[in-house]
Design a protein around this ligand. Sequence first.
Ligand code: SF4
Length: 352
Amino acid sequence: MRLYFHIPFCRQKCAYCKFALTPFVRDHEIRRYLGFLRAEVSSWLDENRDNDIIIDSVYFWGGTPSVLDIMDVESLLASVRGGARLVDNVEITFESNPEDLTETYVLWLASVGVTRLSLGVQTLRDETLKAVGRSGSDPILQAFDILGQHGGDLSISLDFIAWLPDTDVDTARNDIRRALSCLDAEHISLYMLESGRYPGSFDFPEDEIFEAYTLAADELSRSGFNRYEISNFARPGSECRHNQWYWRHDPYRWFGLSAASFDGRVRRENSASFVGYYRWDCFIETLSDEQLRIERVMFSLRTDGVKESDIGDHAWLVRLMSEGVVYRGACEKIFVSSACIFSIDSIMATLL
Ligand code: SF4
């Protein structure tokens, strides 16, 4: 079983953010929220007290989990350990913003069992970071330094955005090159923002984004990273297990605001509003075989290939293969060609 804690607080709201969260952290709001989070965990453990719950991974995401005091992280993990068993090599990932990382915080994270630390970099271009409402590049470079000196056995993942307004097509590539020269990261996430994710009617230029993504992806490949999902690259053996299980439709239990859980057939999604979450409002949906097939196509086209038997429109499959848009690869599965990755959403829609 995989667990996830949604921590919906940030110190600021980035211009491109679409997540359910509240910017500007207030301590009493965090205390109240954590109380409900612990109650949700406890109620889930009660419901499953006759089952032997074995946890393979725990993921703290948000929002910005690093706004939490370390005691809160420890107490959430303790609440899980109180009724479930964590496997010896459990993967515990913690997302952090650079300005929250101090030497003490990093050492504490490792001491409470965190094994992976994911750092939101986005870009190293100072002006761009400030323009999107982030803190600039100094805290990032300091965080690299702290992790280099005190990160110990933590596996480090860095998040980048392939292209942002006022950057060049080679900015992300150069940023990644610089980051890897400062820090031995095992995993890189490289996101592409779409139009509609930015204030006003800013239009994202698809050609430039794709070129920026391709240059950065090539740099990662040269540096020994394999792409195992469109936006995720890892050194061999350092793929994020939590994400892989999620994409494979394995059961997971998420806690908190807007958190969705899945048992292989039934999906349960908590309210995305604090008022609703504090009333335990949630939406429950039993997925049909057809809905499961559609989700399988969507996840597997982005990751380790779609089984041909899951594809709905075989006439389109033949046509897209003849045009080189998709190809038959390992294990006879269907993959999207590198040159067409940017069109993956429309390819998916065509093959469903
Ligand atoms: S730090 Fe992340 S979650 Fe918070 S506002 Fe920025 S993009 Fe959104």
